[in-house]
Structure formats: C-alpha cells, structure tokens
Design a protein around this ligand. Sequence first.
Ligand code: ADP
Length: 258
Amino acid sequence: EQSPQDVARASNPLPSVKHVIAVGAGKGGVGKSTVSVNLAVALARSGAKVGIMDGDIYGPSLPTMLGTDKLELKTIGNMIVPFEMHGVKVTTIGALVEDDKPLIWRGPMAHGAFKQLATQTDWGDLDYLIIDLPPGTGDVPLTLSQLLPLAGAVVVCTPQKVAQDDAVRALKMFEQLDINILGVVENMSYFIGNDGVEYDIFGRGGAEMMAQENGVPFLGSIPINMGLRKNSDAGDPTANFEDSKLGEELMNVAKRLT
Ligand code: ADP
C-alpha cells in the first residue's frame, strides 16, 4: 500500500527544491516559529539557498519575525512569487490577510490556501525549504504529507513535562505519516543572568531526555534570550547572529540538520 509520502514523491510539485523540512510542535507558544526563522537564516548564512513558508495558517507570525509586514505577495500566472528577507525567500499567508483580522476560515478554505502556498510558489532552486506548521497534531501535517516529499520534520519543545508529552504526540504523528524525524530542538532551555549564572527555569535537558527516550536525534538547546525576543518582535533575525553565543547555538542546530 502506498503511503501519503509515496504519493507525494511520485507527483513532487517542487522538483527544484532539494530538501523540504517541516517544523512542528506539540503545542503553541514553545517557539516553533522562532526556531523556523532562525534555522532558515542560519542555513542561509552557511551558504545554502533557503526558503521559508509560513504554514501556520491560523496564526502566521513570520511577517512580524522577518519584518515583512508591509510587503505583498505577487503572482505570475498561477504561481506565487516569494519575497526575500535576510537572505531567505519567504511566503506567508500573513501577506494575504489584513493584520488585525482573525482568520475565520472553514477547513477547506484554510487547506486550499495552505495547499496553494505549498505547491504553487515559484521558489526557483532551493537547497532547503522550511515549512512552519501550525502547532499540534491537526490535519495540516496530514495535508502536507500528501503534497510534498519531505526530508523530514523537526519538533520544537520546551523542557517541561507537559510540553514533552505534547511533543511526543507530534513525534508519533509524523511517524504515522511516514515522515522522517530529523530531531528535537529544546527551546527556552535555560537563561543566562547578568550574573553569568545559567538558570534552568523550565528544567534544562527535559526535551533532550525525551528525544533519547523516543530514539530520535537531539539537535540542540536554545536559551531564553531577551535579544532573541526583541529581534523577533522587530523582524530582525540577522541580529541574533551578532550575539556570539546565541549565534553559535543557532548555527549548531542548523549544522546538525545538514
Ligand atoms: P510558536 O511558534 O511555538 O507559537 P513563537 O516562536 O511564536 O512560538 O514564540 C512565542 C513567543 O516567545 C514569541 O514572542 C517569541 O519571540 C518568544 N520566544 C520564543 N523563543 C524564545 C527564546 N528562546 N527566548 C526568548 N523569547 C523567545
């Protein structure tokens, strides 16, 4: 019997994209979009051609995080033309809707929009396409698994037990969809105070242990960092790489993926 990924491999609508990587999380607010954006910028800084798609159709945060608020997506024929920010090509549903309007869509409309972004974007040649998924185990990952052949999925998790339980559900979902797990990223792992002390606010190492217990790779730990938060709000991820320690952690996560 053919799996959704077998179908996607046979009909691959994006043959000029080498590796499609989905970024998921068990629940919202753990830093999935933050990791997606910084991973994309880190891969681009290491010399790869990178695109990022905002697949979080109900809560697109890429426009803010990449500073693309004022830009509009263009189309040529039936293809969407991504715009370029911080060395990364970007498409987002956020560019299709007004800032302060909630996306109250029926399932088929949301899926239509997701499908269009996933299959009708003119990326050109890419080494990596990062797809920021909605949180949880909804039906968008299922839709994606039928549309594009994936190199695999990254699961973002904070160290706390409750976050781990949800992340395990996300891991199981990807396994069920026949999607390779590239690994787990522990976000908000610890905090370095002005005193130089590392505080394990949420219990550093929890997500790493969860990865080990589930037999999937661990890709690295990202600390709680005020600059990271500020740069995200300001749409300037490039600034994260000017902080040598944070930049190094972010580059390491990208390196372990490649
Ligand atoms: P998700 O995509 O999982 O819902 P976000 O990436 O939108 O989560 O992150 C939620 C909020 O937390 C954002 O405002 C983001 O800037 C902030 N944030 C995420 N990770 C960190 C971190 N390591 N340090 C500081 N702030 C962070």
